[in-house]
Write a protein that binds this ligand. Sequence first.
Ligand code: 6PG
Length: 238
Amino acid sequence: MYDDATEVGAKAASVAARVLGDAVGERRAPTWVLAGGTTPVAGHRAIVANHADAVDWRQVTYLIGDERFVPPNDAHSNWRRVREDLLDPLAVPASRWLTPDLRLSIEDGAVDYGKRLRQLPELSSGRPRLDHVWLGIGEDGHTLSLFPGHPSAEVRGTLVMPIYDAPKPPPARITLSLDALEGALTCLVLALGAGKADAVGRVFSGDDRLPIARAVAAIEANGGWVEWLLDKAAAAHL
Ligand code: 6PG
């Protein structure tokens, strides 16, 4: 575990730079699934500050793991946040962004985003290859927009799902599914602050029903590796 957000962000940035830098170096045209929320901000800023020149970030394709159906410049937009903190400072061209199409209905937006994932290189399993994935965790153990007790957390057979009634506002979202996560090669789970300590403690105590636990299991069951990056407050119950 790490002292604080700055240390977690620095570690996350160095892992992303190593994983994606290796893939770019081997001309594998890697894909990075970015996490929504506020936790990844320290990592994004550490990449801009310390790793901007270490990787040709313009050779990476960027997805967002889940997006709220709000106007693009809305304060709640996950994509707006990652653009401001990461993609624009790294001068990543829009040609590398896989941005959800918010002009569509939530239903059609989910179908459209799933089609975009299908255009990515595939693994032998048939899943789109997600070279690097960052996941946040909610205080209730949700990740992406997969919430405990919510039917979408159980859905199989699709890569991207519409969410109409997320318990965490705003309610309208699209989210990658557990099926999509089965294509992840590497993943960082980031958690900061005392508010996450209960959920983190429950996962490490074996509560495999929480969406974050299901997400990690889906990745590891298909050969992907997962690393948890926690500050002391989030790790308090370990
Ligand atoms: C979202 C996020 C969500 C987030 C967690 C943690 O769109 O809300 O994808 O899953 O990762 O809720 O959010 P914080 O990082 O802001 O605590």
